[in-house]
Design a protein around this ligand. Structure first.
Ligand SMILES: *Cc1c(COP(=O)(O)O)cnc(C)c1O
Length: 487
C-alpha cells in the first residue's frame, strides 16, 4: 500500500488558488504560531484524490457489501436523507448563532426538527419525553444512569448504589453504570436465554438502583418475562433501564414504555438511518417516563404558545449539561426525515422484515451450525461454531472465509455466554437474493470445514492485508509508523 508520505515530492502542490492581491495579515499572535512549518506531504490534488479513493476501495461498507455485523444494525441508509442533511439552511447553521437562545428566525427550522423528532420518538417509545442530545448509545446509557441516580437522590434514597446487569447485556451497559458511579452486579440467564428470575429475585433489595436490560437481548431473543422483570424491580424500589439499541426488531410494534421500562436509549445511527462505523458520529437519544422528566439534561427544545420554538434552560432538577450545543444535529435531522418517510406503517414493515430475514437465515443454516438457544429469534440470530471447532475451524476462521466470499463477517465471540459465537444481523434492507447468496456461502464454508479445513484456516486469501496477529495488534499496536519523515 502506497502511503501518502511516500508519494510526496518536494515542490508539488495540492491546490491552485490564485495569488491573493490584497496584503497578507496574520491574525494569530506570534506565541501561538508554529515554530517551523508543519511537515505535510507535498502532493498534487489528483494524487490526493487517487490515494484516498484507493484507500476507500480497500474498505468494506454497507454501500459495497452485505454487512451482517450483529448488534450493529448495519443497514442501508437511503441517500435521500443525506440530501436533506446537506441542505445549506441546515448544514451551514452555526451553533453559536446569537439568535439560538431567543428563538431567532434563522434557527426556527432546526429547533422545529429537534422538537418534532423528539415528539415522534417519544410516541414510538411510549415515553413522556426524550432528550435528543446524547452523542452515542453508550452516552445515552450514561445519561440514563445519571437520571436514575438523580431520581433516587431526589427521593432521599441515596443508598441505592447497585445496578443489576444480566449477563446477556451489551458490554457498554456495565461500563456506563460504573462511570455513573454505580456498582454493577451480574444476573444469570436461564436455559432459554431469558433473565433467570430466581437469580434476579435473589439480588433485589434496598440497595438496588435499577436494572439495565438489553431488549431484545444480545442473543437476538425477546425476554418472555420482560413485564414480570419490570414489576419485580419496581416492587423492590428500583427503576428499569432498556438498552434499546436493538430497537430495529420491535419498532412500530411494541412500545417499551408500555412494558414497564422507565428509561431507555435508542441508537439513531443504527435504527434511524445514519450510516455508522469507524467510531462516529452517533446519536443516542434517551426517552423517559413522566417521573424522570424533571431530571432531563438541559437544554430542552420547547414550543411556545405563539408557535415559535426555543431552547429552554430553566429546569432546576435537571442533571445539567451532557453535550455541547444540542447533540449531533445532522443525525437528528436524518432520523426526522426517516421518520416522516416511513410513517407508522413503514416502521411496522422495518421490524417485520428485520425479524423475518434473521429467522430465514436461522432456519436455513440450522442444519449446518449449532445454536445454544434454539428458538424464534428477533432481528439477529446467534450460532455457535462448536461443531466446526471439532474439525479445527473456529468462529474467527469462518469470519475470515466470509471476507474471501465478499461478505463482511458477522460479530464473533459475542455474546460471551455463547461459545464460538457468530452473531448474524441481516437487517430489513437486504434482498432475498443477497441473503440467499450469503446462506450459500455459509453452507459452503461448513462443508469445506469437513473436507478442506486448512483452506478455511488460511483465509482471507483475496484481501490486500492477509491474516494479522490480532493479539499483538491489540496488545502492542504500532500506531505512529506511517512511513512519515520524523514525526
Ligand atoms: C451498539 C450498541 C450499544 C452502544 O452504542 P454506541 O453508539 O456504540 O455507544 C449499546 N447497546 C447495544 C445493544 C448495541 O448494539
Amino acid at each position: 500500500m502506497k502511503l501518502i508520505f511516500s508519494i510526496s515530492r518536494s515542490g508539488r502542490e495540492g491546490s491552485s488558488i490564485p495569488k491573493s492581491d490584497v496584503p497578507e495579515v496574520n491574525a494569530i499572535p506570534q506565541q501561538f504560531r508554529r515554530k517551523k512549518p508543519a511537515e505535510l506531504p507535498e502532493v498534487s490534488e489528483q494524487e490526493v484524490i487517487r490515494h484516498f479513493t484507493a484507500l476507500s476501495r480497500k474498505n468494506m461498507g454497507v454501500d459495497t457489501n452485505f454487512y451482517p455485523l450483529g448488534s450493529c444494525t448495519m443497514k442501508y441508509n437511503p441517500k435521500f436523507h443525506e440530501r436533506i442533511a446537506a441542505l445549506p439552511g441546515f448544514a451551514e447553521l452555526h451553533p453559536l448563532l446569537p439568535q439560538l437562545r431567543h428563538g431567532g428566525v434563522l434557527t426556527q427550522g432546526a429547533l422545529a426538527v429537534i422538537y418534532e423528532a423528539e415528539r415522534i420518538l417519544s410516541e414510538l417509545l411510549g415515553f413522556s419525553a426524550c432528550t435528543m442530545q446524547p452523542l452515542a448509545g453508550a452516552h445515552g446509557e450514561l445519561t440514563g444512569c445519571m437520571l436514575i441516580a438523580a431520581y433516587h437522590k431526589d427521593c432521599k434514597d441515596e443508598k441505592r448504589k447497585i445496578m443489576l446487569i444480566p449477563d446477556a447485556a451489551h458490554g457498554t451497559n456495565p461500563a456506563s453504570a460504573a462511570v455513573a458511579g454505580f456498582e454493577t452486579v451480574e444476573i444469570a440467564s436461564d436455559s432459554e436465554g431469558n433473565v433467570d428470575l430466581e437469580d434476579l429475585k435473589k439480588h433485589l433489595g434496598p440497595e438496588v438502583a435499577g436494572l439495565m436490560l438489553t431488549c431484545p437481548n444480545t442473543l437476538g431473543l425477546f425476554d418472555r418475562n420482560v413485564k414480570e422483570i419490570c414489576r419485580l424491580v419496581h416492587e423492590a424500589g428500583g427503576l428499569c433501564y432498556c438498552d434499546g439499541a436493538n430497537f430495529n426488531a420491535i419498532i412500530g410494534r411494541i412500545r417499551p414504555g408500555d412494558l414497564g421500562f422507565d428509561v431507555m436509549h435508542v441508537n439513531l445511527h443504527k435504527t434511524f438511518s445514519t450510516p455508522h462505523g469507524g467510531g462516529g458520529p452517533g446519536s443516542g437519544p434517551v426517552g423517559v417516563a413522566e417521573k424522570l422528566v424533571p431530571y432531563l439534561p438541559v437544554s430542552r427544545v420547547a414550543k411556545r404558545s405563539d408557535g415559535t420554538y426555543a431552547l429552554e434552560y430553566d429546569y432546576p432538577d435537571s442533571i445539567g449539561y451532557i453535550a455541547p450545543f444540542y447533540g449531533n444535529f445532522g443525525i437528528i435531522l436524518r432520523a426526522y426525515a426517516y421518520m416522516l418517510t416511513l410513517g407508522k406503517e413503514g416502521f411496522r414493515r422495518v421490524s417485520e422484515n428485520a425479524v423475518l430475514n434473521a429467522n430465514y437465515i436461522r432456519c436455513r443454516l440450522s442444519p449446518y451450525y449449532d445454536q445454544k438457544y434454539d428458538r424464534f429469534s428477533m432481528h439477529e440470530c446467534v450460532f455457535s461454531a462448536t461443531r466446526q471447532v471439532a474439525k479445527g475451524v473456529h468462529a474467527l476462521d469462518i469470519a475470515k472465509a466470509l471476507i474471501d466470499r465478499g461478505y463482511h463477517p458477522p460479530t464473533i465471540y459475542f455474546p460471551m455466554i455463547v461459545p464460538e459465537a457468530l452473531m448474524i444481523e441481516p437487517t430489513e434492507t437486504e434482498s432475498k437474493d443477497t441473503i440467499d447468496s450469503f446462506i450459500e456461502a455459509m453452507i459452503e464454508i461448513a462443508q469445506m470445514t469437513e473436507t478442506n479445513a486448512e483452506q478455511i484456516q488460511q483465509a482471507p486469501l483475496t484481501t490486500p492485508v492477509k491474516r494479522m496477529d490480532e493479539t499483538r495488534a491489540a496488545r502492542s499496536p504500532v500506531v505512529a509508523d506511517l512511513g512519515c519523515p520524523e514525526m
